[in-house]
Design a binder for this molecule. Structure first.
Ligand SMILES: C[S@@+](CC[C@H](N)C(=O)[O-])C[C@H]1O[C@@H](n2cnc3c(N)ncnc32)[C@H](O)[C@@H]1O
Length: 219
């Protein structure tokens, strides 16, 4: 059973009572997504690339509530920076749950993120496209490569199979050289596996309630 929750910064998220997991930190879903994925991932990559690229391709593991997609879209429109966002989701939320957890201040183009059909590239705004794939991250037949990976499965104890070295390697293989991998997880085992895969691994300060997060670069 999945139900809406309100997190500490007033933003909405979902609690899955079967998994006993929330989709975001209860200390603030919006704050967490902005800190981990937008600022430590997308903004970092844009600054790193300077003028070498005026667009980027993002892969997200776990579309969930669509919050990361929405924030990436806002970033790309504000910065006039093209983003192609590709997100895979095995268990899409029901449309009634989507409707109840969407931020209330959505623009018409932002609404399209939630209404966009599955398995099709969809133009959301002049700067942002989304491809939402309904499928299993672990056995999808990927045909693209990416500049940034937002690695956002449920926690290590809930979904250990998605944190195994084999699962991490799928996201590593999807990244272009110099690409950026970010996640809220800071487990030592995950850091060591990323290092062994050939990444430069950095520990960054976490959002409220979390000491550290991981950013890794494919060298
Ligand atoms: C922590 S939530 C993601 C939150 C999301 N990024 C957001 O912005 O709301 C994890 C998501 O991964 C999805 N998931 C779990 N196992 C998966 C798999 N094998 N393949 C694709 N998606 C999966 C879950 O259904 C859930 O929506």
């Amino acid at each position: 059973m999945k139900k809406k929750i309100i997190t500490a910064d007033g933003s909405f998220s979902v609690f899955d009572s079967v998994l006993n997991e929330t989709y975001h930190s209860i200390n603030g879903a919006l704050t967490e997504s902005l800190h981990v994925y937008i600022n430590s991932g997308l903004l970092f990559w844009k600054n790193k690339m300077k003028k070498q690229s005026n667009f980027c391709n993002i892969f997200e593991m776990g579309f969930g509530t669509g919050l990361n997609a929405l924030l990436a879209k806002r970033f790309s429109d504000q910065k006039k920076f093209k983003v192609n966002f590709f997100s895979i989701e095995k268990f899409p939320l029901s449309s009634s749950l989507y409707n109840s957890i969407k931020p209330i201040d959505l623009s018409l183009s932002e609404e399209k993120i939630f209404k966009a059909p599955w398995n099709k590239k969809f133009l959301i705004s002049k700067f942002f496209t989304i491809t939402k794939i309904k499928g299993d991250y672990l056995d999808f037949n990927y045909r693209k490569s990416f500049d940034i990976v937002f690695y956002d499965p449920f926690g290590y104890n809930t979904q250990p199979n998605l944190w195994s070295k084999k699962a991490l390697k799928i996201s590593f293989d999807l990244l272009n050289k110099g690409g950026v991998w970010v996640s809220y997880c800071s487990k030592g085992k995950v850091r060591r596996d990323l290092l062994e895969l050939g990444m430069k691994v950095h520990r960054l300060d976490g959002p409220p309630g979390k000491r550290e997060i991981i950013r890794a670069i494919k060298v």
